[in-house]
Write a protein that binds this ligand. Structure first.
Ligand code: ATP
Length: 248
């Protein structure tokens, strides 16, 4: 097997990823040699103090940004060196993204928003599949509603349905519960959990919220662009304590 291939059972793997911003005088090393594999069918939360490199890690892993050096392997492809064209295709086909701010198209209905990635990819759109996935996230009675007619939690569930319609190898989530009240956050976290347990989805999620992080299977902690710790199935308390120690 080629070296440029994730290990069996790994959805995405970062190898010695460095990401620097700025030029000589004002160089910032946002990621300083990160190596981590995200196993298929697992949910990993990424935490750390402000500026520790969480968003940069997520963006590099999702092919939204290129590392300065190192490899980002998705199957047998290296996102660090893939052509722009291949990256665009990979992001469309193999990667799902959910943001804190939902990023729905305001003029489109829930159904149309969910169908959008298929239309953009030029795939055949099955409205039956679109409705099934919206029903799966509990919005079977909101198909024709536009984003402003939905609550924040409902909008985020549309965004998750939209990310899942292409059955991506990995779902990346950047503070998916950051704009939600605790009840809506719990619903969204429950939905992510069922995707991992029932559909073997792989999820990588950046969060500041220890309760959200403790919903994942494991939590990795960044400081100064390096992974400094990993907790498996921690309690909310353990996550909060570890984070507080890193922020001290
Ligand atoms: N486009 C950019 N240009 C220059 N520096 C950047 C850029 N993006 C990020 N950085 C710097 O890289 C470091 C890591 O930023 P990053 O956004 O990944 O951190 P974070 O852990 O997600 O922070 P937060 O929790 O505050 O969102 C920071 O020092 C930041 O200032």
């Amino acid at each position: 097997m080629s070296m440029l291939q994730t290990q069996a059972g790994t959805a995405v793997e970062l190898r010695d990823v460095v990401r620097e911003y700025g030029s000589r005088q004002a160089r910032v090393r946002a990621l300083d040699g990160v190596g981590i594999g995200f196993a298929r069918g697992t949910w990993t939360a990424v935490m750390g103090p402000s500026g520790s490199g969480k968003s940069t890690l997520l963006h590099c892993a999702a092919g939204l940004e290129r590392p300065t050096s190192g490899q980002v392997l998705l199957g047998d492809r290296d996102l660090a060196t893939a052509s722009e064209r291949d990256l665009t295709e990979l992001r469309r086909r193999d990667i799902g993204f959910v943001f804190q701010s939902f990023n729905l198209v305001s003029s489109l209905t829930a159904e149309q928003n969910v169908a959008l990635p298929l239309r953009l990819a030029g795939s055949k759109v099955s409205m039956k599949d679109v409705r099934a996935i919206l029903t799966g996230v509990g919005l079977g009675d909101r198909l024709r509603h536009r984003p402003r007619e939905l609550s924040g939690g409902q909008q985020q569930r549309v965004a998750i349905a939209r990310a899942m319609i292409t059955r991506p190898a990995v779902l990346f989530a950047d503070e998916p519960t950051g704009a939600l009240d605790s009840a809506a956050a719990r619903t969204v976290l429950g939905l992510l959990r069922s995707m991992v347990d029932e559909a073997q989805q792989t999820i990588v999620m950046v969060t500041h919220d220890p309760a959200a992080a403790a919903s994942a299977d494991s939590v990795v902690f960044l400081r100064d662009g390096r992974i400094v710790d990993r907790l498996v199935r921690p309690s909310v308390r353990e996550v909060a304590d570890r984070l507080a120690a890193l922020e001290a």
